[in-house]
Design a protein around this ligand. Structure first.
Ligand code: NAP
Length: 483
């Protein structure tokens, strides 16, 4: 018997084979083993899913927001019962450490449903009084929501879209990354088990061209929420804009980590290393450029390299592992090509630069790159301004806050960043001058789900999170009644 899992689409409450004869194979990043296959779905499968979502739309929209919030809580409860399975599948499918998959991926996927259920219960629409009239704002569903997600935080990001989309009365067609299909299928199982009305949530597996593109251009899809790379986002924007769809784009980043001269290196170094390498550097928010005040450059670099050397890279299933494998052979090769480019651009590889030394034989066919630190590059070099999306950071000295801000803003991206300093006031003032959607001071990826999340410049369009998600996944209608 084969150990390979065959996944199907989930359309109108049923598991359906796709209208195609091709499969997309899914491999374990840790050892290259063949673990699953998904249907290479086409526009016909998208059509069927959209039709199911349309058929279910009116009944779902007619529920009260409190009733839909109850459904989210029910999904959260059922998902929580399978949290360990979510973590195991996510670690297998992405190559990330099991401890991370448990504490971040599985926990946050459940939390997303609970959080938006709570948001629904607290939701109040606005009333604006005039001397002679009353305005009442009504939030209506947008219709069918197309949700497209990447591979780095598969269920974490999918649930971040599914929960608010359902809460605000939309029905959903989800297209997860072909490279990490497992937990999206698990979510569909949970949704089937709890008995969510048919057609409210539909899942179509497949690749971006054959399944993603038909979803973004489908005339009956009214909203697209996309998380992925900037180049893909541009295509999605073109396709969605001609149909005047509501659009949210959460795209790539090249985030700066700014180390001011007064930083408490000993106490902050762990946080700075985490900001650099969490999930093998495959978090859009990771700080891949570290800007260090020149007066502490050597001291900081020594402490940083020591901390990086102590990171445990290896078997993702091992509780003590801190860094796992990269998502695919192609992505590993892209990351390695940037390390080659760094050398051509005059950089010094201070550590890493290839597969980890001494990786056990069982993982030799996996996609590994050890944490890599590069010094000596110009801040406007390609390696210092383009998104690498792997365990690679570049180091740059600066002489004063103005220069740090100038370097931080020297990319086409504007997603996130962090500033590490003993002077909270100076750090906060600096944060306002960085062209990014999110800046942390003395922390990183410290998330309050109520705050706006999103990027500026080439990092995206729109905001999700808290009431921003509720606004995006609904149409605000004003009703003005003359007294
Ligand atoms: P990607 O290649 O852009 O893919 C993202 C999703 O889009 C996948 O499901 C992909 O399908 C699909 N897709 C590809 N072409 C499409 C098309 N023409 N029309 C519609 N959908 C299409 O990104 P990725 O490599 O998966 O993810 C890494 C990127 O995501 C990085 O740039 C990272 O910074 C970004 N990211 C951003 C955030 C954020 O919140 N800003 C969060 C996480 C990740 P297939 O892959 O199956 O072909």
């Amino acid at each position: 018997m084969s150990d390979i899992t065959e996944l199907s689409n989930f359309i109108n409450g049923e598991w359906r084979p796709a209208n195609c004869e091709h499969w997309i194979e899914d491999y374990s990043p840790a050892n290259g083993a063949h673990i699953a296959r998904i249907p290479c779905s086409s526009s016909e499968d998208i059509d069927a899913a959209v039709e199911a979502a349309l058929d279910a739309a009116d009944n779902w929209a007619n529920l009260s927001i409190a009733e839909r919030a109850d459904w989210l809580d029910t999904i959260a409860g059922a998902l929580e019962e399978r949290a360990e399975e979510v973590a195991q599948l996510e670690s297998l499918d992405t190559g990330k450490p099991i401890s991370l998959a448990r504490s971040v991926d599985a926990a946050r996927s459940v939390a997303n449903f609970r959080f938006f259920a709570e948001q629904g219960r607290e939701f109040e629409s606005e009333v604006f009084e005039m001397s002679d009239a009353t305005n009442r704002v009504v939030y209506k569903p947008v219709g069918v929501a197309g949700l497209i997600t990447p591979w780095n935080l598969p269920l974490y990001l999918l649930s971040w879209k599914v929960a608010p989309a359902l809460l605000m009365g939309n029905t959903v067609v989800a297209k997860p990354s072909e490279m990490t299909p497992m937990t999206a299928s698990l979510l569909a199982e949970v949704i089937e088990d709890v008995g969510l009305p048919r057609g409210v949530f539909n899942l179509v597996h497949g690749n971006g061209i054959d399944a993603g593109a038909p979803l973004t251009s489908h005339p009956d899809v009214n909203l697209i929420s996309f998380t992925g790379g900037t180049t893909t986002g541009r295509e999605v924007a073109k396709s969605a804009s001609s149909g005047f769809k509501k659009l949210s784009l959460e795209l790539g980043g090249k985030n700066a980590t700014i180390i001011r001269a007064d930083v408490d290196i000993e106490n902050m170094i762990h946080g700075i290393v985490r900001a650099s390498f969490l999930n093998q550097g495959q978090v859009c928010l990771c700080g891949s450029r570290i800007l260090i005040h020149e007066s502490i450059y050597d001291t900081f670099v020594e402490a940083f390299l020591n901390a990086v050397a102590n990171m445990v890279v290896g078997d993702p299933a091992d509780e003590g592992t801190e860094l796992g494998a990269l998502i695919s052979a192609a992505h590993r090769d892209k990351v390695l090509s940037y390390i080659d480019l760094a050398e051509e651009e005059g950089g010094d590889i201070l550590c890493g630069g290839g597969a980890p030394v001494g990786i056990p034989q069982a993982f030799e066919n996996g996609y590994w790159v050890s944490p890599t630190v590069i010094d000596g590059l110009a801040p406007d070099s390609r390696c210092s301004t383009e998104e690498i999306f792997g365990p690679v950071v570049t180091l740059h000295p600066f002489s004063d806050d103005e220069e740090a801000i100038e370097i931080a803003n020297m990319t086409d991206y504007g997603l996130a960043g962090s500033i590490w300093t003993a002077d909270i006031e100076a750090g906060s003032a600096m944060a306002e001058q960085i062209d990014s959607g999110m800046i942390w001071v003395n922390c990183w990826l410290h998330r309050d789900l109520r705050v706006p999340f999103g990027g500026v410049k080439n990092s995206g369009v729109g905001r999700e999170g808290g009431r921003w998600s509720l606004g995006f996944f609904s149409e605000a209608i004003n009703i003005c009644v003359k007294h």
